[in-house]
Design a protein around this ligand. Structure first.
Ligand code: GGG
Length: 337
């Protein structure tokens, strides 16, 4: 298996160092292709996602990504490399599972609920411009029938698969704001409902995004699979991860028909970079998701068992109530392996 490793910026570098050590233990023959992307890369080379990185990602069997720290002010020539990777590799399904903290992370089938976020269009389509001599900024929100249908199908397939594994009826929650965004979310809603109708075994409901945000915060146990558009999915999944121990625990997969990119949900975290306290668990769960996607389920289970044992007895990083550093957690997981 060839894995393209893109550590990126900030703590992305720190947690991917742990992820790579663990991956090499679980798959000793793994071929690693290290590649650059991010703000540091842009400052050195004038490009945030070099063509060589994109080529390495395309050539690999899977991609492991750390984090990037794009500036919040416009920088001429700069584009978010992770948004570009998702679009260029057509990684249309962003799978963001949450494991309620009272349950140990001991298998993908046990994820409490999953946000399935459309990953290639919506407000992240990159169609922004200014008019009126800079007095008006416009962002186009692109919703297509094609992208809405394939993300809905991915979510329905996941709900079906979870229902089989968990031995209970699957539930799909379609999240939108079609009462206000009548045209764009109207199309997403109509398409998602049409696709979901092909899965009569699923219980299907729809929620407005503001109500969904409240319910995810308040009663996460009512959810199974949530499907939604790009920005809503980004925000809802961050709310969801509070129930799993916070951003340091949240992993994700970006899947297309030809490629898979796996990354912790957290960003570059400039506030803690270099302090050696970044939680490596989200990056390690991303490795488990990668292994599972490549059908190395035994290795994924071994990793999740080791992580569960360490989470139970420690050491733990400060974000989840411990006082240990990244290295101590990494060593404990590796010792368990
Ligand atoms: N690993 C996820 C990650 O890097 N999150 C931060 C993020 O997506 N930032 C967008 C950007 O900096 O371009």
């Amino acid at each position: 298996m060839r894995v393209c490793v893109i550590p990126g910026d900030g703590i992305g570098v720190e947690v991917l160092a742990v992820a790579v050590r663990v991956l090499q233990i679980l798959r000793p023959g793994v071929e690693l292709l290290f590649a650059e992307a991010g703000w540091d890369t842009f400052q050195r080379h004038g490009v945030a996602l070099p063509a060589t990185t994109l080529a390495a990602a395309r050539a690999a069997d899977a991609i492991l990504f750390g984090a990037v720290a794009s500036p919040s002010h416009p920088v001429p020539g700069y584009r978010s490399p992770i948004v570009q990777l998702r679009r260029d590799l057509d990684l249309y399904a962003n799978i963001r599972p949450t494991q309620l903290r009272r349950q140990p992370p001991d298998g993908a089938a046990q994820y409490s609920f999953v946000v399935v976020r459309e990953n290639t269009e919506g407000l992240y389509a990159g169609r922004e411009r200014v008019e009126d001599d800079g007095a008006t900024a416009i962002a186009e929100r692109v919703i297509t029938r094609h992208a809405s249908a394939r993300i809905s199908r991915a979510a329905c397939d996941l709900a079906r698969q979870r229902a089989t594994t968990l031995g209970r009826r699957g539930r799909l929650t379609i999240v939108h704001k079609a009462n206000v965004l009548r045209v764009s979310d109207g199309l997403f809603r109509e398409t998602a409902l049409r696709v979901a109708a092909e899965y009569p075994e699923l219980e299907v409901e729809e929620l407005l995004v503001d109500v969904a945000a409240m319910r995810v915060a308040e009663t996460p146990t009512r959810f199974d699979v949530i499907v939604t558009t790009n920005l809503f999915g980004d925000i809802l999944s961050d709310i969801a991860c509070i129930h799993g121990g916070g951003l340091g625990m949240a992993a994700s997969a970006n899947l297309g028909d030809a490629h898979g990119l796996f990354e912790p949900v957290h960003g570059a975290a400039p506030d803690i970079v270099g302090r050696g306290i970044a939680n490596p668990m989200a990056a390690l769960e991303s490795v488990a998701m990668l292994l599972e996607w490549r059908s190395f389920t035994g290795e994924a289970e071994r990793l999740r068992s080791a992580m569960a044992a360490v989470l139970l007895v420690g050491p733990r990083t400060p974000d989840i109530g411990g006082d240990a550093g990244t290295a101590a957690v990494a060593d404990a997981v590796i010792e368990r392996l």
